[in-house]
Design a protein around this ligand. Sequence first.
Ligand code: AMP
Ligand code: MG
Length: 521
Amino acid sequence: MKLHIHDTFNTELPADTVLENTRRQVFEACFSFVKPTIPKNPVLIHATKEVASLLGINEKDIFSEDFLSIFSGQKIYENTKPFAMCYGGHQFGNWAGQLGDGRAINLFEIDYNNQHFALQLKGSGATPYSRTADGLAVLRSSIREHLCSEAMFYLGVSTTRSLSLILSGDEVVRDMLYDGHPAYEKGAIVCRVSETFIRFGNFEILASRQDTKNLKLLADYTIQHFYSEIKSSDKERYAELVKCVAERTLKMIIDWQRVGFVHGVMNTDNMSIIGNTIDYGPYGWLENYDPTWTPNTTDIQHKRYQFGQQGNIALWNLYKLANAMYPLVEEAKPFEEILQAFPRQYNKAYQVMMKQKLGLEKEYENDFQLIEELESILQNVETDMTIFFRNLAHFSTNFSEDENFKCIQSAFYSEDYTNAEIYNQWKNWIAKYVNRLRLEIKNEDDKKTSMNAVNPKYVLRNYMAQLAIDAANDGNYHLINELHELLKKPYDEQPENEKWFAKRPDWARHKVGCSMLSCSS
Ligand code: AMP
Ligand code: MG
C-alpha cells in the first residue's frame, strides 16, 4: 500500500523533547512522539471505502495485510513519526489543565487529489496524556463513532470521518454504568480522518502557561494551513482567526440543531478549530422533541450540554478560545465585536434553518412566531422530531386541517394528542402554517423536494447503534454494514429500509445505550 504522506504538524511545530512514554505534564511543545501499542489480534470489522478512496487507498488495499497492520497500530508506516497532541480544556465549565490525546495517536498526514488529511487512531494505547486512564477504547463506543461520523457526513454536517473499525483482540475493563461493576469488554481501534485534529484546547493550554511563543507558532500554523482566506499579516489576524472559527462553529451547530444531534460533551477540548464535529462519545439523537434533553448521564444534574443550549455553549467555548488568543493581539475590542455579534448571527441562521425545515423561503413578520409556537407545541406530547419534519412535507394547502394533521400523526409517541386542548392547538398552528405556505410561490412538489433535502428521513437513532453493538458483541457485524449503507442516503426515500423510519421502540426507552450514555468509553 503506497500512501502519499505529507506531514506538517509534527514537522513544523515544536515537539516534546522527552521521548519516553510516561504520563507527565508537557511544556513548550505542541505534541509528544509516541508509538501505538501493538494490539494482540487485530481483525478488520469495517472500512469506509469512500474515505479510503479520498486517501488514495483502493479496495484491494483495504483488505491487505498492510492496511490491517497500519490502521491497528501494529506497524508504523515507513518514514512517519506518530505522536499525541498536547491540549487542555474547560470541562463542564471548569478549567481542567492539561488533557491531550490520552487515547488518540496521530499517524501521519496525506496529500491526495489536492486535499489534505490527518489520520489518527483512537484507542491504540497510552500516551504521555493518558493521565490515570488506559488509552484504550471499547467496541461499543468505537462502533458508535465509526457509524455516527459517517452518518453526519452524509447528512451534510461538518465532521471528522472514520476510515476503519478494527477489533484489537485485547480486553478492556470498563465500569459502563459507573456503578462499581467493572467488566471486560472487547477493545477496538477507529482510524479517524480530518483536515486537522487541532482543538480549542490546543491554544488554551499554551495560553494558560504563558507560552506566547508557541501559541503564536500554532496560530500561524493553523492560519497557514486551514484558513488561507486570512490574508492580513499584522496581529489582527489572530482575531480574524477567531472570527472564522466562530463562523464555522456556528454553521456546525445550526446543522446539529437541524438534524437533532446532541454532542453531549461540548468541552473546549472537544471543539475542533476547523468547525468539525469531533469526539463522538455519549452523543445522542433527539427522538421526542425535547430541547432540554441530554444523552450524557454525567451531565444529568445540570444538563449543561442539552440540545437547546448547544448554540450558547458554542459561544461560551468561543470566549475561551478568544481568551487564549488574546496574548497575540493584546486588545480586547476585536474579540468583543466578534463574540457580541454571535448571538444575533446565530439566531438569524437558526431562523433561516427552521424556515427551510418548514419549506418557507420568503420573509414575513410572523415567521418567528410561527416557529416559536411550533417548538412549544412539539413538546405537548412526545413527538418524534425526525418523523414530524419529514412528514410535514406531505402537507398540502388543498387539505383540510384534519387531513394535514393526519400527515404528522405517526410522529406522536402517545395518544395524548387526541386530548381536545392539544388537538386544537395543533389545528390552530396548522391553520397558520398553511396560510403561510400559501404566501410562497413554489408548487407543492418543489416544496416537498426542498423540505426533504433538509429534513432527513434516516438518522442513527440511539437504539439502532445499540442493536449494531449488541450484534457485534456476539460476533455478528452485518448490521454495522447495513446501517452504514442506509445512512449514506439519509435524505432519500429507501422503500426497502422503511423499518428504520420508525419511532424508537418502547423497549429502547430506558435501555442503557438507547437513551442515556456515560462517558465510560
Ligand atoms: P473526552 O471528554 O471523552 O473527549 O476526554 C477527555 C480527555 O480524557 C481527553 O484528554 C482524552 O484523551 C482523555 N481520555 C478519555 N478516555 C481515555 C482513556 N480511556 N484513556 C486515556 N485517556 C482518555
Ligand atoms: Mg475529547
